[in-house]
Ligand binder design. Sequence first.
Ligand code: GDP
Length: 137
Amino acid sequence: MERTLSIIKPDAVAKGVIGKILDRFESNGLKIAATRKMQLSRADAEAFYAVHSERSFFGDLVDFMISGPVVVSVLEGENAIAKNRQLMGATNPKEAEAGTIRADFAENIDANAVHGSDSAENAAVEIAFFFSGREIA
Ligand code: GDP
């Protein structure tokens, strides 16, 4: 049993597809152990994406992540980290396999609908960034 952090990004929230995306998780064996809609502050977004702070797209990424509310969730299940990445599709929606969340709901690499932890180590850090232990059940 594994846990991973998912973020439904501002583009997908604005499109009104929160329910459709959460359904992809539940329909594919991932349980929603915690979830919250929230507005990230600039400091939140900069801290969450600190690993990318030296990249050319960092400023655009932070601006985008605070452009509207997001939905943060803890997903739980067997191989949850890899399964979520598979359901998400490639970072660039134009390269995402048909039927993935990014192929179906994302426009471009800036506004790509979802985030998902990419390793067990990052999942633990990212979950703790948003949720306390008693909010996860
Ligand atoms: P992910 O794990 O698939 O989300 O991809 P990464 O961890 O590599 O990148 C984090 C986020 O930064 C991506 O989801 C994109 O929103 C953004 N990003 C990554 N690469 C680029 C890029 O080359 N240009 C722009 N504008 N954004 C990017």
